[in-house]
Design a protein around this ligand. Structure first.
Ligand SMILES: [Zn+2]
Length: 136
């Protein structure tokens, strides 16, 4: 699902400072969120911003997703950064994003990403996510 209109998006455009980086965000109503998408945030190349579902507390960032998307935004603007283009979540961009997110969650005291409330616990990517967690 795309944003309602470019004009609306420009009107709503705001930004938040995440770990010293100013990141444009776009708050999206829950009813307009991508169908079937469990995570409350996503980086959009098209909007060059982090889209945030309006029920997620992006200021407190309890699940660390803002940190994750911040890396997407940052790498998108890093001259010379080249993703290895493996599939999600095995590619080099996701590795960076998850490791940064997990660093933040470990600092908050979590011993396993599965203990984080609101984190999708589906087993599909468990091996790789565990690997990222161990590498933090
Ligand atoms: Zn990601």
């Amino acid at each position: 699902m795309k944003f309602t209109s470019y004009k609306n998006w420009l009107n709503e455009r705001q930004s938040i400072n995440i770990d010293g980086l100013n990141v444009p965000i776009h708050i999206v109503k829950k009813k307009d969120w991508s169908e079937g998408k469990k995570d409350p945030t996503e980086f959009s190349d098209e909007e060059d911003a982090v889209r945030v579902r309006d029920d997620y507390d992006y200021k407190k960032d309890p699940t660390g997703w803002m940190r994750h998307e911040m890396i997407h935004y940052k790498l998108h603007h890093t001259t010379g950064w080249k993703d290895d283009e493996k599939e999600y979540p095995y590619n080099s961009t996701e590795a960076q994003a998850y490791i940064y997110q997990f660093k933040y969650l470990k600092k908050k005291g979590y011993k396993n990403y599965k203990d984080v409330p609101g984190f999708d616990k589906s087993a599909e990517y468990d091996n790789i996510l565990n690997k990222y967690w161990q590498n933090v």
